[in-house]
Structures are given as C-alpha cells and as structure tokens.
Write a protein that binds this ligand. Structure first.
Ligand code: NAD
Length: 325
C-alpha cells in the first residue's frame, strides 16, 4: 500500500487547512471506496491501530466522539458530533474536524474539515460492505434516510454504477436528494426496504426492520446506529442474519450489536469483521439465500485512510489555507 509523501513547501511551523471543498476536490467517491478498503485491510492485518472511540455525552441533544488512529506513518484524531436534533434547527447532525500528525516526530501535518470527509468514508463503507457481502446478482438498491450521510451513500452507489431508490420520512428531503443526485424516490418505504441491497442511514430512533421482515438473499448496510441506545433493526431480526461489523469492540458497545449482545441473542464468535473478509482472513456470504447485515459504527481508521487520500493530492489543490502553528 503506497500512501503519500508530503510536498516540501509546507515548512515546519505552518500546516495546511483543507476545507470541505478541498476534501471533495481531492477524493472522488470511487477513490474513497479504494482508500477505505485499504484501511480496513491494514487494520485487519494489525498494521494500523485504533483505540475505541470515546463518547462524550451531551444528551438529549447528541454526543461528541474523539476518534484516534495510527498507521502509514501518521496519526489522526477526529473530533466529531452526532446531534440529530440539529435537523430541526437547520444545523448539521454531524460536524467534525480532523487533525493529522507525523507518527515519527509527532509534528502536526494538516487540519481537515471533517464532515465532508466523514460523509465520503461513510458512503464508502456502506457500498464496500454491500459489494463485498451482497449477492453477486443483486439488482435493486435502496438508501433509507436522505440526509447528509444518506446522500453520500447514494452518491457512492451511483459512482459504482448502481442507481439507488431513496426513501426518507420527509418526502421533500427524499425528492430534493433524488433530484440533486439523479436518482429516484421509492414509491413506498416497503419498496425501499425490500431491495436486494439496502443501506440505512437514519438517526436510529425507529426500527426499520421488525422481526421476520428481511427476505432471503438481502443485504443491509446498517449505518445509522452509531451510538448508545440507537437501532434500525429489531435485535431478533439482526440475530437471524449472518452478521458482519466494522469493529467488534465498537459495534458491540455502541452499534446495532449492543442490543442483541445485551440480550444474549448474539456473541462475538457469530460476528465477522468486514476487514477480515477483505483481507481474506474470514469467509463472507455463504450462499445466495443468506441474509447478510453490516453493522457500521464508523471507524477512525476510515478517517485516517481518507485523510491520507486527501493529502496525497495536496500539491494539486487550490485555495489551501495555511495555519501558523
Ligand atoms: N456509521 C457511520 O460511520 C456513520 C457516519 C456518519 C453518521 N452516522 C449516523 O447516521 C445517521 C444519519 O446521519 P446524517 O448526518 O445523514 O443525518 P441527517 O440529519 O443529515 O439525516 C438523517 C435523515 O434521516 C431521515 N429519517 C429520520 N428518521 C427516518 C426514518 N425512520 N425513515 C427514513 N428516514 C428517516 C431524516 O428525515 C433525515 O433526512 C446519524 O445517526 C449519524 O450519527 C453514522
């Protein structure tokens, strides 16, 4: 895996600040899928390390997360929010800043706007899991929740040649997102939830898949339940599927898995980490009839992979601010 060498023009004492525009100009959704795949594999092989994310509760409004990781000669820290109530205030649910440092000297290397980066890597993980675990002949795709990260997921499916149906409790949001992306709105929630591949990107306050709702051969990338108490699927329904997750420690504490694990419906031996499948260390889908699910809580190694992919293009980016540190 080759990452990047920093261009020499950023002398010590000055670090670049990469805005959301810089991040989006540097990394396409397709490149994001590649980078996130490399990150999952490096983590599975033990080349990259990541302490579990720290949650700082600010309930009932939301929470802050501190997400560190180290790999490929760099360390990152993402300071990120999940404030679902912000939607009503016209503010983003997820807002983030990423700090990148040199892992040899400890010196700061860059500061990145983290919300665009988060959306890119979240869409990438949802699609990567669907491509890895979904049936080879999967046809229909749907994204539930047409907010910032749902839209990024839909955009990534489109970049990979699949046209998703969108569904949102707010029909205007679904329509606006579909118009923006060149996708379509599903005729009903039932149609969207029955697609061969479904990605759920909602605030995780409502169960989308009750018991016995999934049909043989479906794959669901469960992206929304990334904090204590959240869920998008009934724990018994999840336990009925072949379960994959991004990281057992995180997912069993703060993802969908927190519920079936607490209720003793699932244990670690029944759950496979996606990176292990990508690295060839564990099997994926066992057959066309199996239902597969991917519990994503969002990993700091995904942020590291994306930050490195942005910095790879640093020399080509326009209007990069310099911060005197
Ligand atoms: N797994 C990860 O890596 C990851 C990364 C980023 C965000 N998230 C989580 O994903 C969720 C969405 O984040 P966002 O930034 O897109 O939020 P957002 O507020 O921008 O969008 C959420 C959307 O979901 C819709 N919605 C709410 N309830 C719904 C339901 N029952 N059915 C269909 N649609 C519904 C809302 O109308 C809204 O359009 C949050 O819970 C966030 O914490 C996870």
């Amino acid at each position: 895996m080759v990452f990047f060498a920093l261009p020499g023009e950023y002398a010590s004492g000055v670090v670049p600040y990469l805005s959301a525009e810089n991040v989006l100009a540097a990394v396409s959704p397709e490149r994001a899928v590649e980078a996130v795949r490399d990150g999952f594999i490096a983590y599975a092989r033990g080349e990259w390390a990541m302490p579990p994310k720290v949650y700082v509760a600010a309930y009932p409004n939301g929470d802050f997360r501190a997400m560190p990781a180290i790999g490929a000669g760099h360390a990152v820290l993402k300071w990120v929010t999940s404030f679902p109530v912000n939607l009503e205030k016209g503010l983003p649910t997820v807002k983030a800043i990423v700090l990148v440092s040199d892992a040899e000297t400890g010196m700061p290397v860059a500061v990145l706007e983290g919300s665009a980066l988060t959306a890119l890597r979240t869409g990438a993980a949802a699609v990567l899991a669907a491509e890895t675990l979904g049936r080879a002949d999967a046809d229909s795709v749907a994204v539930i929740g047409a907010g910032v990260n749902g839209k990024a997921t839909a955009r990534t499916f489109l970049a990979r040649g699949r046209k998703p149906l969108l569904w949102d409790v707010d029909p205007e949001r679904a329509k606006a997102a579909a118009d923006e992306l060149g996708a379509e709105v599903a005729a009903s929630s039932e149609e969207a939830l029955a697609a061969d591949i479904v990605a759920t990107v909602t605030p995780g306050r409502q169960i989308l898949f009750p018991e016995n709702s999934l049909r043989p051969g479906q794959h669901v990338s469960l992206m929304g339940a990334d904090g204590p108490g959240k869920c998008e699927i009934d724990p018994r329904e999840l336990a009925r599927t072949h379960v994959f997750c991004d990281d057992w420690t995180q997912a069993s504490h703060a993802g969908e898995l927190q519920h079936p694990v607490r209720e003793q419906l699932l244990e670690q031996a029944q759950v496979t980490q996606l990176g292990d499948v990508l690295a060839g260390l564990a099997p994926g889908r066992a057959g066309a009839e199996e239902i597969t699910t991917f519990d994503s809580t969002g990993l700091a190694i995904q942020d590291l992979a994306l930050a490195l992919a942005v910095l790879e293009r640093l020399g080509e980016l326009k209007d990069v601010l310099e911060l005197p540190l």
